[in-house]
Design a protein around this ligand. Structure first.
Ligand SMILES: [Zn+2]
Length: 443
């Protein structure tokens, strides 16, 4: 058994957001089925726990757990507010207020979303554009020499393409996910090894997509409490409520099976639903003591005031650590899997590349995580394309043909690809076709 508990804080980084009363009351209707007139008076009544509710005491309790002073009126509605929050949170003195059992300050994993191609934006989400949030947190980390890291978060596009709504299919409503990943490879020399699904939504389409590229998935939100939306969005019913990560089954992402990626459980802090409590924190320590390989992970959003969440979560960690006489340690989201699951260390994943006029041939130095690397092309018109390779030998050798079925080489600006291995080593390759320059980056 490991003698300390790995703790992973993931922030689903989404930038600014505002919430007008109309939207709050719509949310109430969606979650609890009651229509209340969207007025300031009624909102204040809710904040003072004085609104008339046609529920029994148990549901009333659930209602006020979801709608109270802490969960309402706390949005970071301007970029200035986000920046003010970052200025506090990135301070070493702030992180050191919450030291783990080894004297290290708090670590944050910023899983960044891209707000792109919306039709309407009722809650003023933003900034709109590729890489905006990724660039913001990457530069904060770089400037301040922080040990935080950036990873990936994606929102499935809804049928109506409104910025504040969610679909549950990753591809049918847009090709945003391909566009974002292509640009991360070619414009930022970056590719994720860690993923957190938007709204915790996974379905067969996303399950099999994730299985091809990302070794570490913080998706599982199986929870014993009330599911207000009846699995409308996240559906982890029947998935383990243990803090021990698992490999999913190919038929059902919630069951244990023989797929390659790891899924860890992750609950919310400072949120309305699936909230981390002392009992859950204790459970992680108990499981560790029983010899299980565990990661305790939780999440909140930069679009809300995150400050109270640190205090509250830290109290729970300290309390449990004392009670079970066991240490805990903050982790980077990738390193946590490596350490907790005792993954076999691998050398960096390298590629041999042979570029000819009509095709490109690629060989990996050892097995890739998925059967093929993620392919990204930027053409001379500035458009980005994603495609499959021709898989010659799964996990080891691939060809891509430049012909009349795809795109001739002389119409391409950049040809890129990226891959992880089972250890989460990430390699990004970008080829400038005109200059014949191959650039590799190992993360
Ligand atoms: Zn999200």
């Amino acid at each position: 058994m490991s003698n300390y508990l790995p703790v992973v804080h993931i922030v689903d980084a989404e930038g600014v957001q505002s919430e007008q009363p109309k939207i709050t009351f719509q949310r109430i209707y969606e979650m609890f089925g009651i229509k209340i007139e969207p007025t300031k008076t009624n909102l204040n009544k809710i904040l003072n726990r004085q609104i008339n509710l046609p529920f029994n005491n148990l549901i009333k309790k659930e209602f006020y757990k979801a709608f109270n002073k802490n969960t309402l009126k706390i949005y970071n509605s301007t970029w200035k507010k986000i920046n003010n929050q970052s200025n506090i949170i990135f301070k070493k003195s702030f992180r050191d207020k919450y030291k783990d059992s080894f004297g290290n300050g708090w670590i944050i994993n910023w899983n960044c979303v891209d707000h792109v191609n919306y039709k309407t934006n009722p809650q003023n989400r933003g900034p709109i554009g590729f890489h905006k949030i990724f660039d913001y947190y990457s530069s904060k980390i770089k400037q301040l020499r922080s040990i935080d890291n950036v990873y990936f978060h994606f929102h499935p596009t809804p049928l109506n393409n409104a910025a504040n709504k969610s679909g549950n299919h990753y591809f049918s409503t847009s090709n945003n996910i391909f566009q974002i990943l292509c640009r991360r490879i070619i414009e930022r020399d970056w590719f994720p090894s860690v993923y957190s699904p938007g709204f915790h939504i996974e379905r067969p389409d996303s399950h099999w997509f994730l299985e091809q590229y990302f070794p570490f998935d913080y998706g599982n939100q199986s929870y014993s409490g009330r599911m207000a939306n009846g699995y409308r969005f996240e559906n982890w019913e029947g998935a383990t409520k243990s803090w021990s990560p698992y490999h999913p089954d190919y038929k059902d992402y919630r069951k244990k099976g023989k797929c390659k990626r790891w899924i860890a459980r992750r609950l919310n802090i400072g949120a309305r639903l699936s909230v981390l409590n002392q009992k859950e924190v204790n459970k992680a320590f108990i499981e560790l003591k029983k010899g299980k390989k565990v990661i305790l992970s939780f999440t909140n959003h930069d679009s809300k005031n995150m400050l109270p969440d640190f205090e509250k979560t830290y109290e729970m960690l300290i309390k449990a650590s004392k009670k079970f006489k066991t240490k805990f340690k903050y982790f980077d989201a990738r390193s946590a899997f490596r350490s907790a699951m005792r993954l076999k260390k691998r050398k960096k994943l390298n590629f041999k590349i042979i570029l000819k006029k009509n095709f490109i041939e690629i060989f990996s130095s050892h097995e890739t995580f998925g059967v093929q690397p993620y392919l990204a092309i930027k053409d001379k018109e500035g458009k980005f394309h994603h495609e499959n390779f021709s898989i010659i030998k799964p996990y080891r050798k691939w060809i891509y043909y430049f012909d009349s079925h795809s795109i001739p080489l002389n119409k391409i600006q950049f040809f890129g690809f990226a891959s992880n291995d089972d250890y989460g080593n990430t390699t990004i390759v970008k080829i400038n076709i005109r200059k014949k320059i191959v650039k590799k980056r190992f993360i």
